[in-house]
Design a protein around this ligand. Sequence first.
Ligand code: SAM
Length: 208
Amino acid sequence: METPVSPVDQRLQEEFKQFLGLFNWQPVIKVLRPFSVLTVADIGARNFAFAPILDEHFKAIGLQAIIHGIEMDAYRRLINFHTRADYGHYYAKSIASGQYHPIDFLTWNQPLQIGFLLNPFVTREALLAWGLPLSLLKPEKIFHHAYSLLRPQNGVLVLSNIDEHEIEISYQIAKDVGFVIGERATWFPQTGAPPTALPRYGTILYAS
Ligand SMILES: C[S@@+](CC[C@H](N)C(=O)[O-])C[C@H]1O[C@@H](n2cnc3c(N)ncnc32)[C@H](O)[C@@H]1O
């Protein structure tokens, strides 16, 4: 693919980099250090534009990682006739160890040490806004599945939500399935950001 990194992706990548920079990673590094190579998943990865940022991040904190992007809505045609999967495979190839999986996360069975569950659908409104049927609203199943893959490794889930209401719903589910809430940090759009830029309320959850 030519010129795959759109201005929108560039902005989202920059925002995500700033978001990751808000956390103290030392406690997470302590948990993940025993693993020689981490299995990392971006769950609901969209077009996997965060792959290069995640790759940089794990290098910067001194951990080796295989980074998987998992996206169930991967084959819808974008305005330029490409699909998210086209971009997903491109971004996966752009890093040392990346793979894009156009599948439902609920069918993924490989154990994980760290997952990124960034802006998951936890309300009907969010799902409808993304043009998806309500039958796909399964937040309890997603959190439970993530927990079951992370728990044997005492793994970590990095969560982000777009507002306080979604945080409240996510925390209730996360606690119900067994996660322990760790550090919180919020990224806010900066002056000049487009109106579509949303805050990212971040939380580190421990499956331990
Ligand atoms: C609100 S978007 C967030 C996209 C991206 N993670 C971000 O933070 O910008 C939620 C994404 O999760 C995907 N998704 C929802 N449920 C999923 C599932 N069960 N398996 C894989 N992807 C899923 C959706 O198709 C959508 O791309």
